[in-house]
Each structure stands twice: as C-alpha cells, then as structure tokens.
Design a protein around this ligand. Structure first.
Ligand code: PMP
Length: 380
C-alpha cells in the first residue's frame, strides 16, 4: 500500500533512485563489521580501508580508469564544485544546460587566465539529451599561475600542462550507457551513488593522473590529501553494492532494451491520446538516455500536473528536482526551446529497472483526464 493507493508508481528515478535492497543489507552489515576509522593503523581501520579500496577498484574498472584516479566525495555537487574551483580565475566554458552545481560555481570562479576548463555533461538530467563533448585544444604550455601555486597539492603533481582540460558531469550516465573516460578524452568526471540505487550523500570524482587539482576540503590527509574528512566507509560500501549490480545485471544493456521500450511506449501513447502534448526529449537511441522522457502539455501547468498525479499515487518531476519550489522556468528547457510556456508546462518521467508496463498503463489511465481538466480551466 502507498497511502490510499494499491501501490506507488514511482517515475522519478532521475531525481533519486530508491535505495536497493542489496545496498541496504550490505550497509547494515557494514555498520557492524566496518565501523573503524579507515585512516587508523589498527585492525578495524585496516578492514574499513580495504572495503574502500575495493570500491575504488570497481568504479575504476567500470569507467576504464586507474584506482588512483578516483576520489570519494559527498556527491556529484561536491565533485563538480571541486573541479571548477581548481580552475578559479581561469577561463571556464560550460554548456547552458549543466546542473546548477556546475553553472553557479563557474559563475563565481570564472576568470581570464589559461588553462581553460570545459565542463560539458554527457547527458542531461531534465531531458535525457545526450550531448556531443567539445573538441579541446590539447597543445601544451607551462606558464600559468595555476601550475605555479605552492600549495599542499604541489605543482610537481601537475605533469600535464595543457591549454585546455575537459570535465564531464556523468551523474545521469553511470549504469545507463557504458563509460570509457579515456575514449571520451576526459580529464575529470563526476558521479553520484543515489542515482543508481546507492545511498544519498556519496559520490566520486575521476581525476586523470597529472592534471591540475586543488582540494575543496582541506585539513585532512585522506584520499592522498585530495579530500579531507573521515571516510564514509558505510556509504562507500553501499556505493560498491550498487556498482556491482551494474556489472552483474548488465544494467546498460537492460536500460537500452527494456527501459527504452517502456519510455518510448509512454511517449507514443501520450502523443496519440493527449491533445496539445509535445516531447522535449528526442527518442532516437543515440540522442537521449533510455530512461528519461520530458513532455510539455499545452495550457497545463507542470506543478499542477505533478500534484494531480501525486494524488493518484504517481510520482514524477517538473524539470529538475533541484529546481523544485523555484517558480522560474527550467533553465534547461529555456535553453532548448526558448519558450517559457513550454518550460512551465513540462513533466519529466524517469524510469528505473523496476519500472513496468503496468506503470505506463497506470499513468495513461489518469493523465489524459488530468490534462483535459487543467486545459479546461486554463486562462491561456
Ligand atoms: N549533476 C546532475 C546531472 C544531477 O542530476 C545531479 C542530481 N540532481 C547532481 C549533479 C547532483 O548530485 P548530488 O545530489 O549527488 O549532489
């Protein structure tokens, strides 16, 4: 039961995926076994550190990186902030549809000096759009204040003195599309566990060997002096359990086959059965993630649709969850369509591996009536 409904139809996986049963179990067990401070020399410390290193190795394997190139953080927002703050005072270019943790940080850090940082997400959280990463200038120079700073992180660590570096926020991509950071030409990449069924508040940052790096959180030797703070062993173990599922269940293949079919079916039925509906997600396989569908309904307000669906036990988002409570139209849809009305009337359906045909049927049982009612009372 979900309140007064038989069950909840959860279609907001892109905001956060419900924590996996296996993850809950692994974390509960870890609380008993791996409670030690992972930096300590004693046995509980060693045991905890061993678990952290196993997670680091697994993530490295999944994204085709080296374990030393992974830093654990408290989520993708921190990972994004860390990369962009490293380039404080430098030229920073982003796509207009980045997450606010990229856009807002770039706004306060952006300067004029080289090297230049490009931050482009590979896939967008609101529309699912898959972006083409920019071609960056890979020629070298060694005359930049960024490389000469004598901080703890040390200029000697920076061996790759290029004119440009590339960061990508891969938060929505992990587990949905195979990732090869080397083939993508990335210097930095951000990840978050709660989008793949891990706990909220745990993430990771890929930092290619030899590129500039400045810790955001100082005052601890953890992560090779790259991120201070006592290790979140239990959360990191939860992260590993969610990562294991990517491997054992071949989630990228399943998303591509099973989830894409559901997403496309919902899109087709909405277009056929609801007058005034239009898609903000391009369904072509290479154009979008398989699990996100963003739709606008003429003369119906996104927030009203969301609340009516919620009353029916169907959970969706208007634009990005991070923008909820904010009445400004979504910056992503504004950048894409330039039309505030389209942005205000949008709903994001996002699917997970547990989504089913009955979820689509449940939505289509109530959505046409909801939209019709809202369009009837609209003053637009
Ligand atoms: N980037 C993207 C693309 C996201 O979708 C999110 C989550 N809304 C974040 C960053 C922030 O992740 P976290 O909640 O782990 O800070």
């Amino acid at each position: 039961m979900w309140y007064n409904h038989d069950k909840m139809v959860y279609l907001d996986y892109a905001a956060t995926a419900p924590i996996l049963k296996e993850v809950k179990e692994a974390m509960r067990e870890a609380e008993e076994k791996f409670f030690g401070n992972a930096s300590a020399l004693h046995t509980p410390g060693h045991l905890a550190m061993n678990e952290i290193e196993k997670t680091r190795e697994l993530l490295a394997k999944i994204i085709k990186a080296e374990p030393e190139e992974i830093i654990f953080t408290a989520g993708a927002s921190e990972s994004n902030n860390t990369v962009i703050r490293t380039f404080q005072g430098c030229e920073i270019e982003t796509s207009p549809i980045e997450h606010h943790s990229v856009l807002e940080t770039a706004k306060v850090c952006r300067g004029k000096k080289l090297p230049k940082l490009y931050s482009y997400m590979l896939a967008n959280n609101e529309t699912g759009e898959v972006l083409k990463l920019p071609e960056i200038d890979k020629s070298f120079f060694d005359d930049s204040p960024l490389f000469r700073e004598k901080n703890d992180w040390g200029k000697e660590l920076v061996t790759d003195k290029r004119k440009s570096y590339l960061h990508s926020d891969l938060t929505q991509v992990l587990g949905k599309i195979p990732i090869d950071v080397k083939k993508l030409g990335l210097d930095y990449a951000s990840f978050s566990t709660h989008k793949i069924g891990g706990p909220i508040g745990v993430g990771a940052l890929y930092v290619k060997k030899g590129v500039p790096f400045k810790p955001l959180i100082i005052g601890g030797n953890q992560e090779n002096k790259r991120r201070g703070g006592t290790y979140n062993t239990i959360g990191i173990i939860g992260f590993r359990t969610a990562l294991e599922k990517i491997m054992t269940e071949k989630t990228c293949e399943r998303y591509n086959k099973e989830v894409r079919k559901l997403r496309d079916l919902l899109a087709k039925r909405i277009l056929e059965e609801i007058p005034g509906s239009s898609l903000n997600t391009e369904l072509r396989a290479s154009a979008s993630l398989p699990n996100i569908l963003n739709v606008s309904f003429r003369a119906a307000e996104g927030e009203s649709i969301q609340l009516y669906l919620d009353a029916e036990g169907i959970i969706v988002s208007t634009g990005s969850a991070c923008a909820a409570g904010d009445t400004k139209p979504s910056h992503v849809l504004m950048a894409k369509t330039g039309d505030a009305e389209v942005a205000h009337s949008s709903i994001r359906f996002s699917f997970g591996l547990d989504s089913s045909l009955s979820d689509v049927e449940q939505v289509m049982k109530v959505l046409p009536k909801i939209i019709d009612r809202l369009q009837q009372i609209s003053t637009i």
